[in-house]
Design a protein around this ligand. Sequence first.
Ligand SMILES: *[C@@H]1O[C@H](CO)[C@@H](O)[C@H](O)[C@H]1NC(C)=O
Ligand SMILES: [Zn+2]
Length: 406
Amino acid sequence: MDVCAKGRRRRWRRSWTTLCLTFVTLLAIVPPSFEAQWLGERAFRELSLAQIQHLVDSPDSAKNLDTSDPSSHLSKILIPRVADTENNTLVKNYIATTLKNLDWHVEEDTFTDMTPYGEKRFTNIIATKDPDAARRVVVAAHFDSKFFSTYPMNQFLGATDSAMPCALMLDLAEALNPLLDRRKEQHEQDKFDDDDLADTTLQLVFFDGEEAFKDWTATDSVYGARHLATRWSSTYLHPNSNRRLMPSTTELSTIEHLILLDLLGAKNPTIQNYFLDTAWLFDAMASSERRLARAGVFAGVSETDNNWRSFFTPRNEYTQNYGYIEDDHIPFMKLGVSILHIIASPFPRVWHTIKDDASALDMETMHRWNMIMRVFMCEYLGLQPDDRPSTVVRAFDELPLRSTEL
Ligand SMILES: *[C@@H]1O[C@H](CO)[C@@H](O)[C@H](O)[C@H]1NC(C)=O
Ligand SMILES: [Zn+2]
């Protein structure tokens, strides 16, 4: 993530009216089932308390983010990894191998582009659980780190920016993989009754070249995202009756939502909603967090405690706010993809300083993010974790869910 030289300024969304008009037009011409599937809100199947507890305990939801363990996913990613360097390739290979080992379809999208330092080579990683699925929900983050020419800044690690979100995505793939397999099995045996959901797979995109080499401009930033959005918008797909889409279907139009994670892992983040059309998804994520708090899985903090603080800013305070922060979602947003941008704002204090290293990360915060994403994505995809009592006994195990909702 980056902003222009003037600092943490939010750009105003110039095309808002255009987008609104497009949105209304689409609503008018598509049949109701399509509308419900694509543009509107749909009911999430909330996990039970027992399922939530099982999901956060198995597999262990802290281990992949442990920077004191040199073999954790996060430690493997947390090295300087500027685009078109050996270390960038090492991290790229680590991410790709981890996902290939889960039997995901992994594509390396390699291309070159001009930068202020000449032509550079970039590679996005696209990992898909089921490449034959009609649609997908994309969770994304950038895996490159920012280039600085001189010592000590050339040792910049980008722990929050965005090593931690990348490690979280690998954890998400591992945790959800058996549940996605089970959903498929049950659908094949007619035991999973939602055909639309069964046709939606999970795709993880690790963008390269998000960072500007010099100052953030339209042509010196989000290299990987610009390349991929353009490519997908001009890749036409064969007809597929399950897509329920208009005849000329592009790769881009089979994305239900792009959920972009950035600048996460530092203590006390504040997350705001930027887009009205995905406000319901924002609320659903906040609801996942709240129910996790109720389940008593956030170390020592429960929803009823005085020190409870949600990561998410309640939406009603910001209903006038159509501003957004420039990031990898922009090229996709411009092409009409529905976006949920999960980014700490204000940015972590260490942003683009040498201090954005392991010491900037807070274990409890990272652990909470990991649990939120597991629950949220399970509910999005209609996955059903076990509700057997987990092996870990918690003080709040007997606490019933309260009927009051968000
Ligand atoms: C590559 O990563 C290693 C850590 O594994 C680090 O010591 C080294 O400085 C990095 N190389 C560059 C060019 O940043
Ligand atoms: Zn950055």
